[in-house]
Ligand binder design. Structure first.
Ligand code: ATP
Length: 468
C-alpha cells in the first residue's frame, strides 16, 4: 500500500479543485476531487484519507449550511479525520461555527498556497478533532519524553504536567498556534520557550511580547514597527515585533489583557501574516509561529464580549492548560531542589539542602503564586539563612522574600558567605520585578524605594525586563 497521504478536496469550483489538486500533488500528496459534499462523502467510504479540504460556500447555497451539514456528517462518521475549511473572507462566523463542530482549521479565500500547505500538514500532524485539550490518555514517562524532546529545564513528574509536555513536544514541530492557559506563575512562559526550542524555528528569534504592557495607542508601532517621523516621538525607524519574529516564534503573553481595538488589528495579522508599519503604506509580511498565553479564562471573556470569538479560534488550534502547583504537590520537592541548584550555579552558594520535614511542610503551603512564589521563597530563604540544612523556621521567618529586607538594615550576619551586598540587591530587585510583572512602579513600592531609585538600579545592573 502506498504511504502517500490522500487528501479529499470538496469544492464546487472546478478551477479551485484543479489548482489545489495540482499544487498538493506537486507537494507529495494524492488529491482526490469532489464537486459537492455528496460526491465527497462517497469517496470517503472508498479511500482512507489523511485530511479533507472542505469548501463552505457552495454556489447555490451561500449561507454555508450545506458546508456545515457536510462537516457534521464527516465528523460523525470519521471523528479522527482532520477537516480544514475554506471560507470566504469576512465570513468569520461560519468559520467559528465550523471550528465548534470539530473542524481542524480554516483558510480564507483567496488563499496562499504556502499557508494552505502548512495548514494541511499541521492538521494531519495534530489530528485535532475537537476544541478540547488534546492530551494523551495515559501519562508518558519523563524518561521517554526527555529522550525525544528538549525539556530538561522544565522540572516535574506530575502526570498532568507530563501530558502537557507530551503534547507540547508533539505539536512543537508544526506551525499550529498554541494557547497556553494557567494561573500566574505556573510556567506558561517556560512552556512557550519549549515549543519554540523543540520546533524547526529554534535557530530564529523567540520574540516575547507582554500584551498587558502595551497601551492601545502604542500597539501598532510596537507590533508592526514605524518609520521615523510617523508620530511625535518616533525619532528613528523601528522594527516591529512581528517582523523580528520572522522565521521564528512570537510569544503573545497576557492575551486576555488586550483591548478590543487591538484585538481587531492582531486578528488581521494572524490571518494574513501581513501588516503595514506606521508611516508607510508598504505592506510587509512575516512568517512567524504564534504562541499565546493567558491566566484568564478566555472562553469566559468571549462570552462577556470582552474577547473576540474569531481571534480566540485563531489562536487556539491547540490549547494546553498548566495545572496550578496545588494540584501537583508531588513536584514541590523536585522544584525546590532545582531552585537550590540554580543558586549554586548562579551565585556559588553550595552545601545547602532541605531538611526532609521542610519539604513536607512546603507541600502543605498554599503557594497561590505557584512556581514563581516557590522559587522566590526558596531563593530568599537560602540567601537569608546561615544554616546549611534549611529548616521550616527559615521559611516561616521569611514569609516573603522581600519583606524581610524592606527596612534598610541588612544585618551583616544574614548575608550569606561569599555573597556581596550588590549580588543580594540584584536578586531582590529581580524578585520584586517578577512579583509585579516587571512593572517599575509596584516593584519600587514593594522594595520600599522610589521609582527613580529603582530605575537607576535597573540601569546599573543592566536588568533588561523592567517596564514602565
Ligand atoms: N516546571 C518548572 N520547572 C522549573 N522552573 C519553573 C517551572 N515552571 C515555572 N518555573 C519557573 O517559575 C517562574 C515562573 O514561571 P513563568 O514565568 O513561566 O510563569 P507564567 O505562568 O508565565 O507566569 P505569568 O502568568 O505571571 O506570566 C519562572 O522563573 C520559571 O522559570
Amino acid at each position: 500500500m502506498s504511504s502517500i497521504p490522500y487528501i479529499l478536496i470538496i469544492d464546487d469550483d472546478e478551477a479551485v479543485r484543479k489548482s489545489i489538486g495540482l499544487f498538493l500533488k506537486m507537494n507529495g500528496f494524492k488529491p482526490l476531487l469532489a464537486a459537492n459534499p455528496k460526491e465527497g462523502i462517497a469517496l470517503l467510504s472508498e479511500f482512507k484519507f489523511s485530511c479533507v479540504l472542505l469548501d463552505m460556500n457552495f454556489k447555490v447555497e451561500t449561507t454555508g449550511d450545506e458546508g456545515l451539514t457536510a462537516l457534521q456528517k464527516i465528523k460523525k462518521a470519521y471523528p479522527e479525520l482532520p477537516v480544514v475549511l475554506f471560507t470566504g473572507w469576512g465570513n468569520m462566523q461560519l468559520a467559528i461555527e465550523g471550528m465548534k463542530l470539530g473542524a481542524s482549521d480554516f483558510i480564507n479565500k483567496p488563499w496562499e498556497n504556502d499557508h494552505l500547505l502548512k495548514c494541511i500538514k499541521d492538521a494531519i500532524t495534530v489530528k485535532k478533532n475537537s476544541r478540547k485539550v488534546q492530551l494523551p490518555e495515559k501519562s508518558p514517562s519523563r524518561k521517554k519524553l526527555e529522550q525525544e524532546y528538549d525539556i530538561s529545564n522544565i522540572i516535574g513528574q506530575d502526570p498532568q504536567l507530563l501530558k502537557v509536555l507530551e503534547t507540547v513536544g508533539r505539536v512543537a514541530k508544526t506551525n499550529a498556534p498554541i494557547l497556553i492557559m494557567g494561573e500566574s506563575g505556573t510556567g506558561k512562559e517556560l512552556i512557550a520557550e519549549a515549543v519554540h526550542n523543540n520546533s524547526p524555528r529554534t535557530d530564529h528569534e523567540f520574540v516575547k511580547v507582554n500584551l498587558g504592557g502595551i497601551s492601545q495607542s502604542l500597539f501598532e508601532s510596537e507590533m508592526f514597527g514605524h518609520k521615523k517621523g510617523s508620530f511625535t516621538g518616533a525619532h528613528t525607524d523601528r522594527e516591529g515585533r512581528f517582523s523580528i519574529a520572522d522565521k521564528g516564534s512570537i510569544f503573545l503573553d497576557e492575551m486576555g489583557e488586550l483591548d478590543l481595538s487591538s484585538q481587531v488589528k492582531l486578528l488581521r495579522v494572524l490571518q494574513e501574516r501581513k501588516f503595514e508599519p506606521l508611516g508607510t503604506s508598504k505592506t510587509q509580511s512575516a512568517d512567524f509561529r504564534v504562541i499565546s498565553a493567558t491566566n484568564k479564562i478566555l472562553p469566559d471573556l468571549v462570552r462577556e464580549n470582552k474577547f473576540r470569538e474569531d481571534l480566540f479560534f485563531r489562536i487556539n488550534l491547540i490549547t494546553v492548560v498548566l495545572p496550578p502547583l496545588r494540584e501537583r504537590k508531588g513536584d514541590i520537592p523536585l522544584l525546590a531542589d532545582h531552585f537550590l541548584k540554580l543558586l549554586e550555579t548562579s551565585y556559588g552558594i553550595t552545601g545547602k539542602s532541605f531538611a526532609p520535614e521542610t519539604l513536607k511542610w512546603l507541600q502543605k503551603q498554599p503557594l497561590k503564586g505557584n512556581i514563581r512564589e516557590l522559587k522566590n521563597w526558596v531563593e530568599s530563604s537560602v540567601l537569608m539563612t546561615t544554616n546549611d540544612v534549611l529548616e521550616i523556621n527559615d521559611f516561616e521567618n521569611n514569609p516573603t522574600n522581600i519583606h524581610a529586607f524592606q527596612n534598610d538594615e541588612i544585618k551583616e550576619e544574614i548575608v550569606p558567605n561569599g555573597m556581596t551586598l550588590e549580588e543580594m540587591e540584584i536578586i531582590m530587585i529581580k524578585n520584586a520585578l517578577n512579583d509585579n510583572r516587571f512593572k517599575i512602579a509596584p516593584s519600587a513600592k514593594q522594595l520600599g524605594i522610589s521609582r527613580n531609585a529603582l530605575y537607576r538600579k535597573v540601569e546599573k545592573y543592566n536588568i533588561t525586563d523592567a517596564q514602565d
